[in-house]
Design a protein around this ligand. Structure first.
Ligand code: FES
Length: 106
């Protein structure tokens, strides 16, 4: 199990236990984390699972692949640490991960 913390736009923190192999988005939806919509269900086709990876975790999470990068163009207020949470797979190396939820989705 890996602990992930979602920090809402207003600073509210949602900490949850995630199963390795699942995606960050799946855990947000399963735990009703506000602000993650995930309309396409994880197909990298909607950009409504957008998060900002905390700076301390950027290297561990890594860079988006080309398809995700294209889809990120449709996200709201994209920043250098933007990722689509359906494309981040949970593993031991992400234990303690912190991601920030944008003010709104696309
Ligand atoms: Fe649609 Fe991530 S859930 S792009």
């Amino acid at each position: 199990m890996t602990t992930i913390t979602f920090v809402a736009f207003d600073g509210t923190r949602h900490e949850l236990e995630a199963e390795n192999g699942s995606t960050v988005m799946e855990n947000a939806i399963r735990n009703s984390v506000p602000g993650i919509e995930a309309e396409c269900g994880g197909a990298c086709a909607c950009a409504t699972c957008h998060v900002y990876v905390d700076d301390a975790w950027k290297a561990a999470v890594g860079e988006p692949e080309a398809m995700e990068e294209d889809m990120l163009d449709f996200a709201y207020d994209v920043r250098p640490n933007s990722r689509l949470s359906c494309q981040i797979r949970v593993s031991d190396k992400l234990d303690g991960l912190v991601v920030h939820v944008p003010e709104r989705q696309a």
